[in-house]
Design a protein around this ligand. Structure first.
Ligand SMILES: [Zn+2]
Length: 419
């Protein structure tokens, strides 16, 4: 199957028109709130999507109490036995930058000069900010006005999935098996995916999120949280000799023993780290939070052993001091699960190539909803949505990426009919 010019044009128009509509809906999530959805405004985009899915005649459309939208696209005639697949994207945008009153601006036929933002004269977008921009000369680029983020993360993903649905409904020659659509809330706070209804999702899923054109992600960090408590002893400083055990002072010393080279600011690509995110307390007691990250679980085990040994040494060095360390496994490298079903990744690679793009495989220095789903038994690699410079006022996307990502979804669904 090859996509005709007519279909490609349809995909671009559908995805672009939807994208411009969705980014205008304010859906910022709130990391300080632990309920899902963390902000009610996320439901506004959900409601709009439900209406549009109804217009497209999808089935079993649900907007649940967590703001998740589910819908089912029945298979093409004769393809009822094909394995069902699912496509997911998230409706919320990052709380790090305002997502209110986003006004998308299109720069047609980008000339390679710096882009000046209309509502923020001091803000410019250059090749230094994003080397990809140079590859996009001659394309149409969408940015915000510079006073908000754009929201391509992940409204591009939402728009691409919706555009693919519109195409599957309109063009009978685009064969596909059963497809489940799922739009999630609170991806940015990390809490949304816990509320997913696993019974609604098929055994194979893809998130459509993040990333430059051609990107495919199926590796992420193995992630641990270490929470440490230092229990000391406070005594009047005038007669503290050989009695006081100053917890905050000792905690400070303790963390300075960690290798500086294993910190986020000194690592990249496949290197792991310790990341102290919080240290607070008094002489009597101090507490801390530390993130431990690596692509290889063994390396994280070594980091945890290091902390455990340091605890022993410090309890000897400061008699009476007590250190408690609580380790929590936050998420696992999804490669562990996806590796067992290589076809899930292989077909995605083929689909990206069929769309005429070079496949770019990048390990994610973080976690994704797909990682959590993979751990729950649904291998879920991530397919690019096409936006860049996320969570920033310089966020942008070339319109071609909206089309190409949608093409990938169409090709991918078709490839699954042959496997
Ligand atoms: Zn995202």
């Amino acid at each position: 199957m090859e996509l005709t010019k007519e279909i490609q044009e349809f995909l671009l128009n559908e995805a672009l028109e939807r994208f411009l509509r969705y980014v205008k809906v304010w859906t910022t999530s709130d990391e300080m709130i632990e309920t899902v959805p963390s902000t009610k405004i996320q439901l506004d985009l959900g409601k709009l999507l439900v209406e549009e899915l109804k217009k497209l005649n999808l089935e079993d459309i649900i907007h649940d109490e967590y703001g998740f939208v589910y819908a089912f696209l029945p298979p093409s005639k004769g393809f009822e036995k094909v394995k069902p697949i699912g496509f997911l994207a998230h409706v919320d945008t990052s709380p790090s930058v305002s997502g209110k009153d986003v006004k998308p601006v299109i720069y047609s036929n980008y000339d390679g000069k710096e882009i000046k933002f209309t509502q923020n004269k001091d803000l410019v977008l250059t090749f230094d900010d994003s080397p990809n921009l140079e590859e996009y000369i001659g394309l149409d680029i969408i940015t915000s006005e510079g006073d908000t983020l754009l929201g391509a993360d992940d409204k591009a993903g939402v728009a691409e999935i919706m555009a693919a649905c519109a195409a599957w409904k309109k063009f009978d020659e685009l064969k596909h098996g059963p497809i489940v659509i799922c739009f999630t809330t609170d991806e940015e706070t990390g809490l949304g995916i816990d509320k997913v209804n696993m019974k609604k999702l098929p055994k194979i899923c893809y998130t459509v999120d993040g990333g430059e054109m051609g990107e495919l992600e199926f590796e992420c960090f193995d992630a641990w949280l270490a929470q440490t408590k230092f229990i000391g002893l406070n005594v009047h400083p005038g007669n503290a000799k050989n009695k006081m055990i100053n917890a905050i002072q000792i905690a400070n010393r303790f963390f300075s023993e960690l290798p500086e080279s294993e910190s986020p600011e000194h690592t990249e690509e496949r290197e792991g780290f310790f990341h102290l995110t919080k240290l607070q307390g008094k002489a009597e007691e101090a507490t801390s939070r530390m993130l431990i990250r690596d692509f290889i679980e063994e390396n994280n085990k070594r980091r945890m052993d290091y902390l455990k040994n340091l605890k022993k040494a410090y309890e000897i060095r400061y008699p009476g001091l007590k250190i408690e360390i609580d380790f929590k496994h936050q998420y696992q490298n999804m490669f562990t699960y996806i590796d067992k079903k290589p076809q899930v990744v292989d077909l995605a690679k083929q689909a990206i190539e069929k769309a005429g793009l070079e496949v770019k495989i990048n390990p994610i220095r973080g976690g994704t909803d797909g990682a959590r789903l993979s751990a729950k038994g649904i291998p879920t690699p991530n397919i690019f949505a096409g936006g860049l410079l996320f969570h920033s006022r310089k966020e942008y996307i070339p319109t071609l990426a909206l089309q190409k990502s949608t093409e990938v979804l169409i090709y991918l669904a078709h490839l699954w009919t042959q496997n």
